[in-house]
Design a protein around this ligand. Structure first.
Ligand SMILES: [Zn+2]
Length: 451
């Protein structure tokens, strides 16, 4: 083609066009426009793939997102590198073609045979839900109050904070939570996997696997804003989005940069994160349960009868003030993790298994699904204040108790409605239609952490 010059115009201009995924569509476009190949009904094909210099097709990231958007268009056929087949095949009903090279791709297009078109079977057929590696509550002896608090958190999708001495088992308890949360639905698997698929590095040779169990993301307290909420030059999702449909666990909460923590307020309220860049705003899904853990004081032993706390009152106060009131307000369940009592480990028998607790959690979730049938909430934690009051279904006496208790504890308006939501979950766990004084009293215990 000497003497020719081809200009490729990618429009619309405001759409992100980065990475190598456009190699294949560009190559096919060039071959068709120069008359090298003829393809019938070219419009129905959607191409994606990186092309190496020897003509081989290499997988690219984000294919699941493309596939999920395409599946509604019944006529379309997605053309992907073979390395992306596992991803494409997750979206039930998607019609796709795969190839190893540009040459093979062209052969398939020219052959135009329905035998080359695969129909994706979806998730359930060839993937297993593995809970391997999740610790079980049956091996955690004692800590009944913490387990109860986490059962409530799981049942209503409430954020939680565990306060306790170093080595008290805060992280272990938080990880156990995964074993009592309901299994992910097919849609949740796709939603979460699609975010993880976008976060893959290009050229990542690791085999693609769908995210079958709820993610547990535990970023270090030195994590930057970008790594937590996403963005950066390559515009990747952050930990908060990778935790979508799972748990974002912040150990050593007061050690996190304050502005980073404040940035989590948006996803905690909205279930999504907006990241602004020069070219516009990108929105990532980020609906997670936030779990956090912290020591009660800088030395860690303020609540430990066996160790003496060496902190000055002023240092203790400063430490707790590192977590802002508005953030603390958004943590529905705050519970103290007592130091481990060695005698409990010697106790015979095992504690209740996570699978048993999960049954109660799932029953409470089923009540909520029914309650929110025509409303945009999935769990009690997501209710607006207005609905928190309506669904608490309190008698006048019970409501008076709630208001007076909240004022005694100096709860903010948000804190008050969060209290009602937790009480609602407690009532759901016992199968009651109305919140009563007992439910509120228990919910109040989980707001006990004040500076
Ligand atoms: Zn101390």
């Amino acid at each position: 083609m000497t003497g020719y010059r081809t200009t490729v115009n990618l429009s619309p201009a405001d759409l992100r066009k980065e990475g190598s995924a456009l190699d294949l569509p560009l190559a096919i476009g060039l071959l068709v426009s120069t008359g090298e190949i003829e393809v019938e009904q070219l419009d129905r094909y959607v191409f994606v793939g990186e092309l190496s210099l020897d003509g081989l097709l290499k997988p690219v990231k984000g294919v699941l997102s493309i596939a999920m958007n395409l599946v509604a268009e019944r006529n379309s056929i997605l053309v992907v590198p073979r390395g992306n087949v596992q991803e494409a095949s997750l979206v039930e009903g998607l019609r796709y073609v795969c190839a190893d090279s540009l040459k093979e791709c062209v052969e398939i297009l020219e052959r135009n045979s329905s035998h080359d078109v695969n129909v994706a079977t979806g998730i359930s057929s060839n993937h297993e839900n593995v809970d391997d590696g999740i610790p079980d509550f049956k091996n955690v002896i004692g800590m009944d109050e913490v387990k109860r608090a986490l059962e409530i958190a799981a049942a209503g999708a409430h954020n939680f904070l565990l306060v306790g001495s170093p080595g008290a088992g805060k992280t272990l308890c938080a990880k156990c939570l995964l074993g009592i949360l309901p299994e992910m639905t097919e849609l949740e698997i796709l939603e979460t996997t699609r975010i993880h698929s976008c976060a893959r590095r290009s050229g990542d040779s690791e085999e693609f696997k769908p995210v079958m169990s709820r993610p547990f993301r535990s970023p270090h307290h030195s994590a930057s804003m970008v790594s937590l909420v996403g963005g950066g030059t390559r515009l990747l999702p952050g930990e908060a989005s990778l935790a979508h449909n799972g748990v974002l666990f912040l150990d050593e909460l007061p050690e996190f940069n304050r502005s980073v923590l404040e940035a989590l307020r948006e996803p905690m309220e909205e279930g999504k994160i907006s990241v602004s860049r020069a070219s516009g705003t990108v929105v990532w899904p980020a609906r997670f349960m936030m779990g956090a853990a912290m020591n009660p004081c800088p030395c860690g032993y303020a609540m430990d009868p066996k160790h003496e706390c060496t902190c000055l009152p002023e240092a203790k106060k400063r430490y707790r003030e590192k977590i802002s009131g508005p953030l603390l307000d958004r943590i529905d369940i705050q519970v103290c993790v007592p130091p481990v009592d060695a005698s409990l480990f010697a106790a015979k028998g095992v504690a209740e298994a996570s699978a048993e607790i999960r049954k109660r959690v799932c029953a409470a979730r089923a009540v909520q699904r029914k309650r929110f049938n025509s409303l945009p909430f999935k769990s009690n934690a997501e209710m607006t204040s207005e609905y928190a009051r309506i669904f608490a279904n309190m008698t006048a006496d019970v409501e008076r108790f709630a208001v007076s208790a909240a004022s005694k504890m100096d709860l903010s308006a948000r804190g008050y409605f969060r209290l009602l939501k937790v009480a609602r979950t407690i009532a759901d766990l016992r199968g009651a239609s109305a919140v009563d004084v007992m439910d509120l009293s228990e919910a109040l215990r989980y707001r006990a952490f004040r500076g």
